[in-house]
Design a binder for this molecule. Structure first.
Ligand code: SF4
Length: 495
């Protein structure tokens, strides 16, 4: 919906355009701006009240007759009102119309008529008080609030209609204006919901206050632009049934225009109609998992998309929203379900697949695995450290054939000599009768270059190992896609 600032812009653009095309309009708009609401006889207000509440058209002669008869039936229950009625034009149908109203409604009408009378009585004058009270309302919304408070039968859109009927300044949302306002997005729908109009009138009030225009001149401008009101100038109306969009000064705000100008939507081609090599499952079978992108792998888990989105697009949307697989893993089920097309079942399947992947990565190095070089260690630990955000220090116990006996986690957190104490470290190695040990730890920063602490700990462990006859074969630091081997770099030397 248009906000107040945009609505002000629209009204200013409309005025500029109208005055450019029809300069003679200016005095009329000024006059409308200066027109104030005039007091009328109380009977006029009551008649318009009846017309609004009973939905009777007071512009036709039969409508006028009905109103007069009902009016007199309420004021004089006997119906004996010879000064009001012209018996020659009152048909029996009119009596029937009033009598057919349910009793609670007839009583409500009487009560509301008495409310009108009470204004006259309190003011001491005959007709002025009701009009004066309305005039004292600073805004249209305040006037509606006043009516709603006083009359139970006037609420919401009915109150606006009553104000319109008594010539109170109000923007009239008739069919043509409504069409223009709807295209602009100023009113959310063509429906006649009271809430939608309340918001519309609130914005109108605000625009009137901020621009200094009156609601009457705004109403006239909207009417001229939408063709609801005639003008002497041909072609002045722009947003008519077949709108003249190229000439429209409000096109920047027009949702209808944007939609029309948008390129035709390309219909989605279902995955099963894609070339075989492009379909994720066929691609997997033919080329293996490594050839598939993350979105394609996700699409295999998701199995199907929605009517508008393919499974691959859903996969892309997931990665776009949560940045990468890691982001997706750290996201709650509810957040995953917030993506259109992904329900709870699919979200759980994705989470389950990620969990399986993590478990696979976290499995310890196989015992009996023979270590021949630093690369063997790197290959075994490379993926395990991917999701670990803390420095984690492992010790591998190996036998005389360099086969792994056991893996032990020594510490988690920043590596320091207090966390990696040689006595504690070698206690396990002695217990398991290890011939040698290898230390492995990660650098979450991604840079495997050893720190001063890393080198100091390595020297200490090497010295203690040599003392008790358990060789330190290597200390390997794993970074992102790289590693550092203290043995390969000459920091550890075994003869
Ligand atoms: S751009 Fe066209 S449809 Fe939109 S408001 Fe202007 S005339 Fe009406």
């Amino acid at each position: 919906m248009l906000d107040e600032i945009q609505a002000i812009d629209v009204i200013e653009k409309l005025k500029e355009y109208l005055l450019q095309q029809a300069p003679l309009l200016e005095p009329e708009l000024i006059r409308l701006k200066e027109t104030s609401f005039e007091d009328r006889a109380l009977s006029f207000y009551k008649t318009q009240f009846l017309a609004t509440v009973l939905n009777i058209n007071d512009q036709t002669s039969s409508g006028k007759r009905k109103l007069r008869k009902i009016f007199s039936s309420i004021e004089e229950p006997s119906g004996n009102t010879p000064d009001v009625l012209d018996e020659s034009v009152v048909s029996e149908h009119v009596d029937v119309l009033y009598q057919s109203l349910p009793m609670p409604k007839r009583e409500a009408l009487k009560r509301e008529f008495e409310r009108f009378d009470s204004f006259a009585q309190t003011s001491g004058s005959v007709d002025n008080s009701f009009g004066a009270r309305l005039r004292s309302c600073a805004t249209l919304v305040a006037a509606v609030a006043f009516l709603e408070e006083q009359f139970s039968l006037l609420h919401g859109l009915r109150a606006y209609k009553f104000l319109q009927a008594i010539n109170y300044p109000v923007v009239v949302p008739d069919h043509a204006r409504q069409q223009f306002l709807y295209r602009l997005g100023w009113i959310p729908s063509k429906g006649k919901s009271a809430a939608c109009y309340q918001e519309f009138f609130r914005v109108c009030d605000k625009v009137a206050q901020l621009t200094g225009e009156s609601l009457l001149s705004m109403n006239r401008m909207l009417g001229l632009y939408s063709g609801a009101e005639r003008s002497e100038v041909p072609g002045l109306a722009i947003c008519i049934r077949k709108p003249r969009c190229p000439r429209c000064v409000a096109a920047a705000y027009c949702a209808y225009h944007r939609y029309q100008a948008a390129p035709a939507r390309v219909p989605r081609v279902p995955i099963k109609e894609w070339a075989e090599d492009d379909r994720p499952r066929e691609k997997y079978k033919k080329f293996g998992a490594l050839k598939l992108s993350n979105a394609e792998l996700l699409s295999i888990i998701l199995r199907a998309g929605t009517g508008e989105t393919s499974a691959i697009d859903l996969g892309r949307r997931l990665l776009q929203k949560f940045k990468d697989l890691e982001g997706l893993d750290n996201t709650s089920l509810t957040e995953i379900c917030s993506i259109k097309g992904i329900g709870e079942a699919k979200a759980i399947e994705i989470k389950a697949a990620l969990e399986l992947g993590k478990r696979l990565l976290n499995r310890p190095i196989a015992s009996d695995q023979k270590i021949t070089c630093s690369m063997d260690i790197y290959k075994s630990y490379r993926l395990r450290f991917v999701n670990i955000r803390q420095e984690t220090f492992f010790m591998l116990l190996v036998n005389t054939k360099n086969q792994v006996i056991k893996e032990i986690m020594i510490s988690k957190g920043n590596l320091s000599s207090s966390l990696v104490h040689p006595r504690e470290v070698f206690k396990e190695a002695i217990k398991e009768s290890a011939a040698a040990v290898i230390f492995v730890h990660n650098h979450p920063s991604g840079d495997p270059k050893p720190s001063q602490d890393d080198i100091a700990i390595t020297h200490r462990l090497k010295e203690v190992g040599d003392l008790i006859g358990i060789r330190l074969l290597d200390h390997i630091i794993i970074g992102a896609k790289r590693y550092y081997s203290c043995a390969d770099e000459g920091i550890i030397q075994n003869r």
